[in-house]
Ligand binder design. Structure first.
Ligand SMILES: Cc1cc2nc3c(=O)[nH]c(=O)nc-3n(C[C@H](O)[C@H](O)[C@H](O)COP(=O)(O)OP(=O)(O)OC[C@H]3O[C@@H](n4cnc5c(N)ncnc54)[C@H](O)[C@@H]3O)c2cc1C
Ligand code: FES
Length: 279
């Protein structure tokens, strides 16, 4: 993990209050694993409000056009409050404090290809952020990723062209029916899992708590392993403040708390107490 003051290369508006922010930071870009996150100070000066940094997943590694070597990071940021509002209004050339990469991301190993034929990646809204680097890792191991992406409407389904360019099968769902199937993304997922009942599938999900809970339940019903990338409000991101804990069950069913910033953000969904959302 490195703490750097890094330059903003670009901020691109994507629609529905979403922005893709590119940061120049070669050293940090070389260290990234899929599912990890960075803590960004959302303003240029350290004593400016908000004082606490905010967590953002690494969507993609930005590469040098000539050499192809990692040169920076692409982060998907949704403008939802004081910090993100200031962050997305910064200008290319300005600098911000950037701590990371942090957290335990997705584990994709060479030996997985003997056990997993296919991966279902399920995203709700900005939950798409950790799934692009994961798709690339899975493809490198010859595991076929299939994307299920849901949102309120067409303009909320940002960055889907990245996945389409990888040649992945994609299933979209919107609440207003403006793109893909009308309804929740768990519906096409459930049908897909029914059709592929005898295949060795691993499920990965990131998005609103209710969506991940529904995906977890499907994974239990259909007997597929499932990893979720959780969000919780973070204070320190260093394991000290316990602001990010999520309720879990130990091996003997006893209550325990896991820190999203340290033990996560990616967890086996069976470990989580889905009746207690993080604050
Ligand atoms: C590991 C991790 C990865 C994340 N990755 C991304 C990402 O890739 N892109 C992205 O846009 N956001 C991501 N988030 C959520 C992002 O950190 C919050 O949206 C951000 O901290 C809000 O800051 P703010 O100052 O704008 O909002 P505030 O003014 O502090 O709060 C505004 C509203 O946002 C809600 N909120 C604040 N923090 C969170 C949170 N962590 N999760 C859910 N709701 C929150 C508050 O409850 C409140 O309703 C991630 C969060 C975590 C924990
Ligand atoms: S944010 Fe402080 S312990 Fe996780």
């Amino acid at each position: 993990m490195l703490d750097k003051k890094v330059k903003i290369k670009d901020i691109r508006e994507l629609g529905s209050d979403n922005y893709l922010i590119t940061l120049r930071t070669t050293e940090q870009a070389r260290m990234i694993r899929a599912g990890q996150f960075m803590m960004l100070k959302c303003v240029e000066e350290v004593d400016e409000n908000p004082l606490l940094r905010r967590p953002f997943t690494i969507f993609n590694i930005y590469r040098n056009a000539g050499s192809g070597k990692p040169a920076g990071l692409e982060l998907l940021v949704k403008d939802v409050g004081i910090g993100t509002h200031k962050l997305v209004r910064m200008k290319p050339g300005q600098t911000i404090h950037c701590l990371g990469p942090q957290g335990h991301g997705f584990k994709v190993s060479a030996e997985m290809k003997n056990r997993v034929e296919m991966a279902c990646l399920v995203a709700g809204g900005v939950g798409i952020a950790p799934l692009y680097l994961l798709s690339r890792d899975l493809m490198q191991q010859n595991i076929k990723p299939v994307l299920f992406y849901g949102g309120a409407n067409l303009s909320a389904l940002v960055l889907r062209e990245y996945f389409e360019k990888l040649g992945m099968d994609t299933y979209y769902a919107t609440e207003d029916g403006s793109f893909g199937e009308r309804g929740l993304v768990t519906e096409p997922l459930a049908r897909f899992l029914d059709k592929k009942a005898h295949r060795n599938i691993r499920i990965y999900a990131c998005g609103p708590w209710e969506m991940m809970r529904a995906v977890h339940r499907l994974s239990v019903q259909k007997k597929h392993p499932c990893d979720v990338s959780l969000e919780a409000r973070m204070g320190c991101s260093l394991g000290a403040c316990l602001g990010c804990v999520v309720r879990s069950k130990g091996r003997g069913g006893e209550e325990q708390y896991l820190r999203v910033c340290q033990e996560g953000p990616v967890f086996n969904s069976r470990l989580i107490d889905w009746e207690t959302a993080p604050v």
